[in-house]
Each structure stands twice: as C-alpha cells, then as structure tokens.
Design a protein. Sequence first.
Length: 568
Amino acid sequence: MTSANPPWWTSAVVYQVYPRSFADSDGDGIGDLEGIRGKLDHLADLGVDVVWLSPVYRSPQDDNGYDISDYQDIDPAFGTLDQFDALLADAHARGIKIVMDLVVNHTSDEHPWFVESRSSTVSPKRDWYWWRDAREGMDAGTPGAEPTNWQSFFSGPCWELDETTGQYYLHLFSRRQPDLNWENAQVRRAVYEMMRWWLDRGVDGFRMDVINMISKQPDLPDGPPIPGTPYGDGSVATFFGPRLHEFLAEMHREVFAGRDADLITVGEMPGATVEQARLVTDPARAELDMVFQFEHVQLDQGASKWDHRPLRLTDLKASFGRWQAGLADVGWNSLYWDNHDQPRAVSRFGDDSPAYRRDSATCLATLLHGHRGTPYVYQGEEIGMANSTWSSVRDFRDIETLNHVAEATALGADPEEVLATLRPASRDNARTPVQWDATEHAGFTTGTPWIGVNPDHVEWNVAAQREDPHSVLAHHRALIALRHADRTVQLGDFTMLLPDHEDVYAFTRSLDGDTLLVVCNVSATPYPLAELLPEAVGDELVLGNRDHLPDHDDAVLGPWDARILRLR
Ligand code: TEU
C-alpha cells in the first residue's frame, strides 16, 4: 500500500449493525430496516464511513439470518426491499456506504436450490450441495457412518442423513445450513449473478461469511481426532482448500472488475494466517481488499471457546505485531475487538467493573484505532456495552450456545457449570439490544425484545453519553475524526515497543518524518512513563482518554491510561 494513492478504505471506519438487535421500529421486539434508518444520524454523528449490515435476507432464522432461503428478498421480520432501498438512499445521503453480509458457503435448507437438490439423487441441482453415501461398510444412520469424522461448529457431526434418498449432506454449521458445492460452476455463476444484482441496486460491497471455506479438499478426508470427542477436526479439509484463490479471483473478475472503485470487500476467514491473508489481500492478485482473521480472539481459549483462559497482553502484542508486520508492505488489516460472534470487548479485554469500565473501554478503543488497518466498531461498542448478566441457560437464544448446552448436559454436565462457561463466551453477549436510553427495553423496542436487554442500560446508553465530552461515545467520535484527518494514523509504519511488558502496550506509527507514539496501560497498575518510554515525556498529546481526570499526571501512566502523542 503506497502512501501515494491509497484506497479510500485505508482511512475509513466500518460500523457493524446486527439488525435483529439494533433498533425495532414496529414493536415486534425484533430490530428492522426502518429502525436502522431512524438511527442514521447517530452513525453520521459518530463519523463512520461504512455500515456492514449482518444478513437481512429472507431466512427461517435458524442461525439468525446466516441461513438464507432467498438472497434477493428481505425477510419480513426486517422489512421489505423498498425499505432497504430507502435505507440505502438515506445512508448514501449522509455519505455512509452500505456493505451486505454475503453468506454463500451455505444456504438455508429451505432455499429452493436445496429443496430441489434433496428431492432426488437425479435432481439437476443434486450437485449444488455435498451429498455422500454412508461410510464404506456401514449402514446409513448408525453413529460413525457419516462420510467424514468432522465436527460441526454448532456441535455434533457435520453430516445429516436425508431419509428421502438415504444419503448424507454436508453442513459445517447447523444441519439447517447445507454447504454449497463451489466445485460446481453453476453454483458459482448463480452466486455471482446475485452479487451483481445487489451491486446494481447500489450497495457498496460485501463482508463475505466464512469465505475461506468455499473450497474444500474434494476427496473429503477425515480430520485429526478432537480429544474428548468422537469427532475429527475438519478444518484441515475445509479451510483454504486448493481452489480458494481461483474462486476469489474468478469472483473478482465476474462481479467487481470494471465497477466503481468505491467498493469494499472483506473476507471472514477463521484460521487465516498472515501468509494466507497476504495472498488474499495483495491488490496485484485482485481477490479481496481485507480479511477478518481470528488469531487474537482465540488467545483466551483453551480446548474450545467454552474453555476460557486468562489472556496475556504479551500474547496479544505478539499476534497483533505479527499481523501489522506481515501486511505492512502487501495487503491490509481489518482491526476489531468484537462482532456479533464475540463477547463484548470491555468485558473480555478490559475491565467492566464500575471503577474502570469507561476508562478501559476508551483505552481499548485508542489501542485498536491506533493500529494500521481499517477499524470495525461493533454496535454498542461505541458506548462501552458489556457482557450481559445471564441467570439461566433459558436466557440464551444463539444456536451455537444452545446446541453446546444440549450436548454438554446430554454428557452429564451440570447446567449451572455449563452456565458458568457460557457467561464469558456466548455470542449472545453481543446480541442483547443496543442500549439507546434508560427507558424500559433501552429504547430498542416498544414491544417485548426477542432477547433480554442488559439491566445496566439504565446507566450505559447512547442518550446518557451523547452530550458528555468524556464519554466512551465522545472518545470514539474523536478517534474516528483523527483517523479521517491524520495520514500518519492512516498509513504510518507500525513499530512495536515494549514487547515483553505484561501491562503496557506501546507502538509508534511513522510516515514522512512524522511519528506518533501510542501508549496504553492495559491494566489498573500505574507506571512511571519516563522509566518506560523516556521519549514520551513532554510530547504533544494528540488524543488521550484520562487527561481530563483530576488524578491525571503526565509523568505517570494511570489505570487504563491511553495516549496518542506526537513525538517532537
Ligand atoms: O461465523 C463463522 C465462525 O467461525 C463463527 O462460527 C465463529 O467461529 C464462532 O461463532 C465463534 O464462537 C460466521 C458468522 O459470523 C456467524 O454468525 C455464523 O453463525 C457462521 O458464520 C455461519 O454462517
């Protein structure tokens, strides 16, 4: 990425809307398109450039819309195509782009393509999905007879026996999300046609759901055993298969080539390495603009996401440092703490106790937005929304969480023990309604919300922060404005400092002789700044999160103290 002609998204900030939980306009307890349209001024005030819209297509909602039954219609729960067009027009009128969530590794089992495919072994769409006989020498339907030993992301096997034809179909996620067979050129053509339809409607790009899974090892080999389970790890055969780059390059040619340069594409790639991301985001290869990688959001996980471990800052620095260095000369980083699949950042990486919630939320935001890449703000992150309080497994709605509870309790686990593993890790932490104000249901709906509102909304909400110059919201506004204005923030070379310090995260960004120093105390322990970073003392404070506090001392890095300094 040369600083001569950087793409527009190198100075942009993306805001993710999870429509189901954002804002409900018709009182049915589910967020919708009109609700989003009614909040565009909030997004414009925040200063974001792009909205990534999680799926709003027609769907049975088995996985909250990531199971699509009609790619070219809006689910009635969210509204209509006319309302989508109105949202798009109003967003564009504010200079905000809309990016759709493209879920084409799989469809819903109610998609007409799958209904036709499953109808018979000789259906013209049979080969649009992955169908296989039972394992050699075993009767269909007996445990272990599945064609491979792979475990689904949502518990259980990756194969579902279809009684109609006696064959199994593949589903890496829920059994209601059958995987499309991208080896079939008809599938690819149908997907590209649908993508062009959305671009012709005026959308500004796509976030591509698990796009690194569309190419699989065609011989579908078993994966290495997963300890403590009867399953194997299918990622060896389903992540970054042999034709991925071919498919992404073909998609670029068939869909994006020759179009308005103001588009943006971001590929969600669980398991991505820096090397793979370099290939995918190298502009010369014309595949994708950037990727969502998962390294840093797995550092606090043991054998599984439910096996929560303490995070070491040095591990986080090593991971971010590797990605900053690896994409410094080729490609581009996406920067995020959370999204609709991850627990809330201030609870996971910060300290959501009353003493430090505001300071740690603003510290984390400064740290993330100081890096080189495109920052993503997840709905509610801009006001420091935290993980919710869950009193029972019945409070949860997410299929991944509920399937895990069913599997664990079937194996004899105590529901209370399971609940303890859900609290820090469940995706539902990110899916409680956005907290707009202190009224009942946080101003999200006038009806009964589909999932409980976090009780802390009475204090933590947009209305309480909008006019507060020291709020989490104000700090996000300032960070986004700084990215828009400052070329060193946008494009400056990254250099990690203090790599071995367990509490302080510091780095520089340099461009054309200008150097910024970002220093963040990711702890409640004060540190003398001069001892840590002598060059930091006396420099110009560009943006800080605690300099307004009475106990602020330039010479001491206070609890969760974050500063962006311009070195003289
Ligand atoms: O997520 C892909 C994915 O890997 C997630 O399942 C993630 O690893 C896991 O949830 C972490 O707990 C995408 C979407 O973001 C997710 O919402 C969907 O459920 C999934 O794909 C299937 O479409």
